[in-house]
Design a protein around this ligand. Structure first.
Ligand SMILES: Nc1ncnc2c1ncn2[C@@H]1O[C@H](COP(=O)(O)OP(=O)(O)OP(=O)(O)O)[C@@H](O)[C@H]1O
Ligand SMILES: [Mg+2]
Length: 226
């Protein structure tokens, strides 16, 4: 293999918490700032990342180069794909679908094992936090299994859409108490975060830089991305 890629995922058992949009923002920011070759593997059969990408490509028309590549793939094919093509990339983000059946959702859980780094978006309300507890136990198990094989799985949580919910502080405390290491920085609920571009970095605009940069810096630091 030419290169041992870093494999990351923004994941949670819960749907609609910002997994896909945060994946796009982090991947494009890293591609632009660090000049890395980055792929997003869209494993969600609902294919929202692929849809967003195709839509933007169509709107922009010919002659535009995306900052990252996007590949739609079924979870079962990921291992083979990574073996064959992983070395072509510096960073690979896997968009892992929500888990409908928690621990029993095996092909989804297995995707976590491909990763060295997982970032867990948490939107603060009671139901979301409870399902994040379940997800944390899945992560702990994956991390222990990987340790047995001399591999590392690093994971951290962060509060997404901070200004939308009153219960954010409680959610954060509850996650910490349960053993989740949490980012100091969170992401606000903002229009600029709702449909990020594949062709430019969120850090290219003044507002994007101001609102995303602290979180992004912490992301690079905590996951040791250079
Ligand atoms: N920080 C934010 N500010 C504003 N809107 C946000 C933010 N985070 C997520 N959203 C919006 O919330 C919705 C869900 O986000 P997204 O599709 O990324 O979630 P997901 O976890 O990938 O969901 P799914 O499980 O359906 O794949 C989208 O409409 C997105 O634009
Ligand atoms: Mg998604």
């Amino acid at each position: 293999m030419a290169n041992e890629p870093r494999i990351l995922s923004v994941a949670n058992a819960k749907g609609g918490v910002g997994k896909s949009v945060v994946t796009i923002m982090l991947a494009t920011a890293l591609a632009k700032e660090l000049g890395k070759k980055i792929l997003i593997l869209d494993c969600d059969s609902q294919g929202s990342i692929t849809d967003m990408y195709e839509t933007e490509k169509e709107i922009l028309g010919e002659g535009h180069e995306p900052l990252v590549e996007v590949e739609e793939i079924t979870p079962r094919k990921v291992n083979t794909f990574l073996r064959r093509f992983g070395g072509d990339y510096d960073f690979i983000f896997i968009d892992i679908p929500r888990m409908t059946d928690k621990k029993k959702d095996n092909s989804t859980v297995m995707l976590l094992y491909n990763c060295d780094s997982i970032l867990v978006p948490i939107v603060g309300n009671e139901v979301d936090v409870l399902s994040s507890f379940d997800f944390l136990s899945v992560l702990e198990e994956a991390s222990n299994d990987k340790q047995d094989m001399d591999e590392t799985l690093r994971y951290f949580g962060f509060i997404n859409r901070r200004n939308q919910r009153k219960s954010n502080e409680e959610a954060e405390q509850a996650m910490k108490k349960e053993g989740m290491k949490m980012f100091t920085n969170s992401l606000s609920d903002l229009k600029i975060f709702t449909s990020p571009s594949f062709f430019s970095s969120i850090l290219d605009t003044k507002e994007g830089e101001r609102r995303f940069s602290p979180f992004y810096m912490e992301f690079k630091k905590k996951f040791k991305l250079k």
